[in-house]
Write a protein that binds this ligand. Structure first.
Ligand code: GLY
Length: 400
């Protein structure tokens, strides 16, 4: 561990990353690789939204209307994934990365119309999506239902296993001298005195602290609870809960699927992600009902819709049900970049990387790259659309 001790006894690092989910860990890995001392602060590393995530790297199939800046970021990050995986040291490369194709399926006529419209939007962005007949889709995946209304093929979307990626990142960060602090951040520390004083570290719930030249706040929804300079994030972030299932495919049914299957079933989105260990991840609901545990109706909906696409899902063993909250924002895009004060001035020592909503896994390499560039003193123009304070700045500039 490179983190040196400060005269007042607090450990000191070049960078403190608050949050050890896939985004925080990816940022920490990028920064230890640029020869910084890094401490990652999290009471339960990789136990939040990353623990639930299916891990689809789905820039093309997750396109939504009016999210052009986000699409560019997603496409850039999708390109960064292979290099990122190559950067991991020998012995930490078991990440479940698969370049298997994606099939997008609709069940009824309305689902077909929705997916046909989506394909038109994808085409306008130059994204390749190939229509298939249902027969062709079933030739690729014989376990699919014959009662589908439409099928499309997406070659560009891939997948990782986020739990494995996080495990490997923790090992990789440790191998380069980075360290994990198992505690919760409760407040930012600031140099005294003065309103414009830089952020100098993080206070922890055990009464200790971590001093750092830069603090990167990457703890998802937790970022809105740190108050002070981060108070604007309170109204910018909201929990969007998701239920997600893990099922085991019995030997006699393997492989149930080889491609990632994304469907719209009577208007409900569902995805089925086969893992190379013989399990199948089925997700995910999107709920804003405040229920943090698993919703019974969510499990029902996922199993019903997954079975509509692949009837043999009914014969699998249900091995896990998980619910976590995604950190949602008003425009579905992340809060990313150096934090600014109410006058719009950059706050020295404070960078934010949260609000990744449905795209935390896909966007983690580009978030890491951009955070490293910000820490290097750059102001990448690709961050212009993602200022962490963009909602509160826009409001404070409204005429009164
Ligand atoms: N990215 C998939 C989800 O949030 O469910």
């Amino acid at each position: 561990m490179h983190a040196a001790s400060h005269p007042n006894g607090e450990p000191r690092a070049d960078v403190a990353v608050v949050g050890g989910g896939i985004v925080g860990l990816m940022i920490a890995w990028e920064l230890v690789r640029s020869d910084r001392t890094v401490r990652v602060i999290d009471p339960d590393p990789a136990g939040g939204a990353s623990y639930a995530a299916a891990g689809m790297l789905a820039a093309v199939s997750e396109l939504h209307y009016q999210e052009d800046a986000l699409l560019a970021l997603m496409l850039e990050s999708a390109q960064l994934w292979p290099g990122l995986l190559d950067s991991l040291p020998e012995g930490t490369r078991d990440t479940g990365y698969r370049t298997a194709q994606t099939l997008v399926l609709g069940l009824d006529a309305a689902d077909k119309r929705a997916l046909t419209d989506l394909r038109a939007a994808q085409a306008r962005h130059g994204l390749e999506v190939e229509p298939l007949s249902v027969r062709e889709a079933r030739r690729i995946e014989p376990m699919l239902s014959p009662s589908l209304s439409c099928a499309f093929h997406v070659a560009a979307d891939h997948q990782v296993d986020p739990r494995r990626v996080c495990r490997q990142l923790i090992a990789a960060i440790g191998s380069r001298g980075g360290s994990l602090v198992r505690a919760s951040a409760v407040a930012l520390l600031r140099a005294e005195p003065g309103e414009n004083a830089r952020v100098t570290g993080v206070a922890l719930d055990d009464g200790s602290g971590v001093l750092a030249g830069e603090v990167i706040v990457a703890n998802g929804l937790g970022a809105s609870g740190l108050g002070g300079l981060l108070a604007p994030l309170e109204s910018a972030l909201r929990p969007v809960h998701g239920d997600i299932l893990r099922l085991r495919v019995p030997d006699r049914l393997r492989p149930l699927l080889t491609a990632t299957v994304r469907g719209v079933v009577r208007g409900h989105p569902v995805y089925l992600v086969p893992r190379d260990d013989g399990t199948l991840v089925v997700g995910a609901t999107s709920r804003e009902d405040g229920l943090s545990g698993v919703a019974a109706g969510g499990v029902y909906q996922l199993l019903r819709d997954a079975q509509a696409l692949a009837p043999a899902v009914a014969e699998l063993e249900l091995v896990e049900v998980t619910a976590r909250a995604r950190p949602g924002t008003r425009d579905n895009a992340p809060l990313l970049g150096r934090m600014r004060d109410t006058d719009g001035e950059s706050i020295a020592g404070l960078v934010v990387a949260t609000g990744f909503y449905r795209h935390g896994v896909l966007l983690s390499p580009v978030a890491a790259d951009l955070c490293r560039r910000v820490v290097d003193g750059e102001s990448p123009s690709s961050l212009d659309a993602f200022h962490p304070d963009r909602f509160s700045q826009a409001k404070s500039k409204e005429p009164v």
